[in-house]
Unconditional design. Structure first.
Length: 554
């Protein structure tokens, strides 16, 4: 409630000594004019550029919302229940703060995308046109008299998505990117994870964007009309393997309902030889503007945009933040790759008990067969593992199930991993400021069990979603559900509980629920989960032994 009603946002006054060019016109290759605000140190020197472009309005600034009592913060900070953070009155939603970067020798450009804000043209979202415009913005910035000719990109969420798109086109003067939590696959990461349509944030964002553009951008409608991953979704995605520019990628464990999966995939798949992964489970915007993150961002850009030998090229590739609960960082480790090379993959098998809705996760396979019934709107079927010693679970998990259906031809399987200590659930920071999140989750329609063998890995199934295969009554199918990456410390005596059910775990109301998250999970009938000695329930878990990765300063 405190975050919702009174988010602790500190807005600082803009600094002196900075020249601001408001609403500068930038011509695109087709003659359309985009407009940008340019913040630069006074004088005639040349500086590297940090650029962002987005649909949220470059001029929607605290600077224009000042009252006698101070600056009014962005309404999104209330809606998303934001944790404490500080930025200047020049900072628009999710953008780099010019008051931080300009005094440190950078030009900051905040641009409206085509058709948004004050920019001309017809708007679009996730389009090839966006990529071309970003290319032109970057090259325009490199040619200005105040520019050193080196351009970097920085920003959160959509301001990260535009970075993937720009970098894939290889603008000659793009020298580095820092996509801070940005998905890379519209269908799998956000719109229809596991084939299940997201009906919460997608509706809010899509309807708002549709109204802003007088119906010319209807993302909500497109997703509703397209249950399978077709050419439209493919066109929304980016050729990650084409990206070879130096990159500092933020992949958070606190944005499982939006950006987490795609951020980690972006880091893994881009072709950049110089790439780093910064992980956390803090509140999204608090982390981005925190002193620690700003220091990491500046070290990265100072090295690649200013040629400063500050040790960036010798930094370990992965900063790993391991959490015990919503507010406690157990440890920050450094490692060389993701998933961590030292990972020990353990498989726990589901064992039924006398309680038809409860079971255990144990190392040895089950010795007896059992069938459990899962109702679409009923409570979960749960399996618990109790830890005998301290363990860090770091990475994605895989849940393997053998199921059949009765009374229906499709079923939404939603699996979640929870942590318990002394009988009480331990919760974590989640998407949109929700502090009651699980450790991780995954979901899949039974009709979407087919995997893409070219994209799947031993530790992450990737489903094709190009066709459906409905099950005949009683027909059994074995399917794998990928669980999103996490990094969590379990102490001796703690319990990990796997819940499997047919609907989302949280309510949607803004006070006690996970507003605005929601998923379309209406279904009929019953899903039967078959526990068998050689084809039963299995949870593959990535564990780190003590000292598996060297502890290092933050």
């Amino acid at each position: 409630m405190r975050r919702l009603v009174h988010p602790t946002i500190t807005i600082t006054e803009p600094p002196a000594g900075i020249q601001v060019d408001w609403n500068a016109a930038v011509p695109m290759r087709d003659g359309t004019l985009l407009r940008a605000n340019v913040f630069r140190p006074e004088g005639n020197a040349r500086y590297p550029v940090l650029l962002c472009a987005h649909p949220y309005g470059k001029d929607d600034l605290p600077l224009h919302r000042k009252t006698r009592d101070g600056y009014r913060v962005s309404p999104q900070y209330h809606l998303m229940r934001c944790a404490p953070l500080t930025h200047s009155a020049w900072t628009s939603w999710e953008s780099p703060d010019p008051a931080h970067w300009a005094p440190r020798g950078y030009v900051v450009i905040n641009a409206d995308l085509r058709g948004f804000g004050t920019s001309d043209g017809v708007p679009s979202a996730f389009s090839a046109q966006e990529g071309q415009d970003l290319y032109d913005l970057i090259e325009w910035a490199a040619e200005q008299p105040w520019s050193s000719g080196r351009v970097g990109m920085l920003g959160v969420s959509y301001l990260a998505l535009t970075q993937w798109r720009a970098a894939a086109l290889k603008p000659p003067h793009l020298a580095a990117i820092c996509p801070w939590e940005g998905f890379t696959d519209l269908y799998r990461d956000f719109a229809r994870p596991g084939g299940i349509r997201e009906t919460g944030f997608l509706n809010v964002w899509g309807i708002t964007t549709k109204r802003r553009t007088r119906g010319r951008v209807d993302l909500h409608g497109e997703v509703r009309r397209r249950p399978l991953r077709d050419d439209w979704y493919a066109a929304c995605d980016v050729d990650l393997e084409a990206i070879d520019v130096p990159a500092l990628v933020c992949g958070s464990f606190s944005d499982h309902n939006l950006h987490s999966r795609g951020s980690f995939e972006g880091f893994r798949r881009i072709a950049s030889s110089q790439k780093w992964l910064y992980t956390h489970r803090s509140p999204k915007w608090q982390a981005f503007y925190s002193p620690e993150a700003l220091a990491a961002q500046q070290r990265f850009f100072d090295h690649f945009l200013k040629d400063i030998d500050n040790g960036q090229d010798r930094q370990p590739r992965v900063r790993l933040e391991i959490r015990e609960d919503c507010s406690t960082v157990a440890e920050v480790r450094h490692a060389d790759d993701w998933p961590l090379p030292q990972t020990e993959w353990r498989t726990w098998h589901g064992h039924a008990s006398s309680d038809i809705s409860q079971g255990q996760l144990l190392d040895p396979p089950a010795t007896a067969s059992r069938t459990l019934c899962l109702q679409a709107r009923g409570g979960p079927i749960s399996f618990t593992h109790r830890f005998e010693s301290d363990v860090d679970i770091v990475g994605p998990m895989i849940l393997t199930l053998t199921v059949s259906l009765e009374g229906g031809d499709d079923f939404p399987l939603i699996a979640g991993v929870r942590k318990f200590r002394a009988g009480r659930e331990v919760t974590f920071e989640g998407s949109f400021g929700f502090q009651g999140d699980l450790v991780t989750h995954g979901m899949l329609l039974t009709s979407h069990a087919a995997e893409d063998p070219a994209r799947s890995t031993p530790w992450q199934p990737v489903h094709s979603h190009v066709d459906v295969r409905t099950l005949a009554q009683g027909e059994r199918v074995t399917l794998r559900i990928g669980m999103l990456p996490s990094a969590t410390r379990f102490r001796a005596g703690d319990e990990l509980r796997l819940d499997i059910q047919g609907h989302w775990f949280q309510r949607r109301n803004p006070v006690t629920g996970q507003f605005p998250v929601g998923y379309s999970t209406a279904s009929k009938g019953t899903c039967l989960i078959h526990l068998e000695p050689h084809a039963g329930l299995r949870l593959c878990v990535p564990t780190l032994p003590p000292m598996a990765a060297s502890a290092a300063p933050n």
